[in-house]
Design a protein. Structure first.
Length: 459
């Protein structure tokens, strides 16, 4: 990691720059959507009062990057609330995959695979076998899974993506067609423009309306990194996202398709405060073992190490095990500041629930960092507070939201938290697609979706 401050942004490109937008709260209050013409049963007849405009299932998947579970209570979010009250919500949030970073998670949502199997094991990493650097590469050799837009187009459906990480990779029948695949990511494109482009697809003749659409919004992640999750500017970002949901709802209602479209609102991970008092310094372990900076690919929120052993070392696996043992001895000694908040593993020995072993791309030594802690080489770094994610997906602060609204989602239903690898099967089921092999459970879709015949029935 040659970057000056690798901890500052979990990924240096996506979200890229600080957006210094100020939002007009009033506008957001005025545009708050009304539920009156939602198309849901509202009269005595108990029947939907809309005429079905779309006769095929359509899924609009919206990701609000870094939308931590609980952000929806920070401020008035009448439009998100409307989706929740008339749809199905993961009651205590959506569980990200480990590492709880942007690229691995967006790709797990899209493929239903854990990162070890879809290949995007971090936002940025060096393949220990080939030495090649992955950093937003578009070469399909990096992207091992089958994302929803590929499954859809392979099976004759149409797809559209707007800035979804990885959607500009050409795979199978998916060629990232101009007009339906907005890429590369450009933070300067206003969120309104992205929403309006998606809405414009509904003005096409029905046969040309994409069956699957994926939209990416970064506002909550950008502010969360910059100021930490408890900052008023994050509250503003949440209001901004709610405003975009209002725009989606209004636009769909105007086109009389709101009740026909499956709108899924989710996020890739949460956010937690990082501060200078909660740091583990690698150089503090020097009395037990000297760890050169060259061994370390990433410090935090995940410590990623690939020791460089010379050719004379016959058994590097044994040497790695020694490194892990020495480091843990130091960390448990009580003599290393915050040592108790770092646990180092050979990747094969990581807890199974992380599913983070079965890939040659994962470097041999992984350190699990305590919630909100940071790892640095030494004490020379600047001191500051900000927000980060990437930690153990067990931490509640890493959770995001899941809300599904539309014909196959039950109204006002709450489901327990689930991992985002389940979403691929859910979308495939709604669209009638044959899912590619994945790590979701086919039974799960039944707990989340109504069978086709039951759609739109009251209660
Ligand atoms: C919604 O409908 C109700 C009754 O039909 C009406 O009283 C109310 O003013 C409407 N709300 C809006 C915002 O249109
Ligand atoms: C990014 O978007 C802005 C605003 O639409 C535009 O002015 C700029 O040219 C775009 N940059 C690139 C590299 O496409
Ligand atoms: C501190 O660590 C950085 C690498 O993270 C290194 O470049 C720098 O030389 C180190 N400073 C000292 C005093 O060891
Ligand atoms: C995840 O799915 C892939 C593809 O089907 C499979 O090879 C792998 O064993 C699965 N892993 C787990 C942990 O279920
Ligand atoms: Zn993210």
């Amino acid at each position: 990691m040659a970057e000056t401050n690798p901890a500052r942004y979990s990924f240096s490109g996506y979200p890229l720059c600080k957006l210094s937008l100020s939002f007009l709260f009033l506008t957001f209050l005025i545009v708050a959507a009304t539920a009156n013409d939602s198309g849901f049963p509202s009269s005595h007849t108990g029947k939907p009062h809309h005429s079905k405009k779309l006769t095929k299932p359509v899924v609009l998947l919206i990701s609000s990057d870094g939308f931590r579970f609980g952000y929806q209570y920070k401020t008035d979010t009448p439009n998100i609330d409307l989706l929740i009250s008339r749809g199905t919500e993961a009651k205590t949030g959506l569980i990200p995959v480990f590492p709880s970073m942007t690229f691995p998670n967006h790709n797990s949502i899209a493929t239903g695979l854990y990162p070890a199997y879809h290949g995007i094991i971090m936002n940025k990493f060096t393949d220990p076998v080939t030495g090649e650097l992955f950093k937003r590469n578009l070469d399909p050799k990096w992207w091992l899974g089958e994302p929803l837009w590929v499954t859809a187009t392979n099976q004759g459906l149409k797809a559209a993506t707007y800035f979804w990480p990885g959607a500009d990779v050409h795979k199978g029948s998916w060629t990232c067609p101009k007009g339906f695949c907005k890429a590369p990511y450009n933070a300067s494109v206003p969120l309104e423009e992205r929403v309006d482009t998606i809405l414009s697809y509904f003005d096409l003749p029905q046969s040309e309306v994409p069956d699957f659409m994926a939209l990416y919004l970064e506002e909550t992640d950008v502010q969360g990194h910059e100021y930490g999750p408890d900052d008023p500017r994050v509250t503003e970002a949440v209001a901004k996202i709610d405003k975009m949901i209002s725009r989606v709802i209004k636009g769909l209602k105007k086109r009389k398709v709101f009740s026909d479209v499956h709108v899924i609102l989710l996020g890739d991970h949460g956010m937690v405060t990082n501060c200078d008092k909660k740091v583990i310094y690698i150089d503090d372990l020097a009395d037990w073992i000297k760890i050169p900076a060259e061994w370390i690919q990433d410090y935090s929120p995940v410590l990623v190490m690939n020791p460089r052993w010379g050719k004379d070392v016959k058994n590097p696996g044994e040497k790695n095990a020694e490194v892990v043992a020495k480091m843990n001895e130091a960390l448990r000694s009580g003599k290393v500041e915050n040592g108790e908040f770092l646990q180092v593993y050979l990747k094969e020995k990581l807890p199974e629930r992380l599913h983070y072993s079965d890939s040659s791309r994962i470097p041999p030594i992984i350190g699990m960092v305590g919630e909100g802690l940071m790892v640095r080489q030494n004490r020379t770094n600047v001191q500051e507070c900000f927000g980060d994610h990437g930690y153990d997906n067990m931490f509640f602060s890493m959770r995001s939201i899941f809300i599904g609204h539309g014909p196959r989602f039950r109204r006002g239903k709450k489901v327990p938290s689930f991992e985002n690898v389940q979403i691929y099967n859910v979308v495939a089921e709604i669209l009638g697609l044959r899912p590619a092999p994945n790590n979701g459970s086919s039974l799960f879709t039944r707990s989340l979706l109504m069978p086709t015949g039951e759609t739109m029935q009251v209660k």
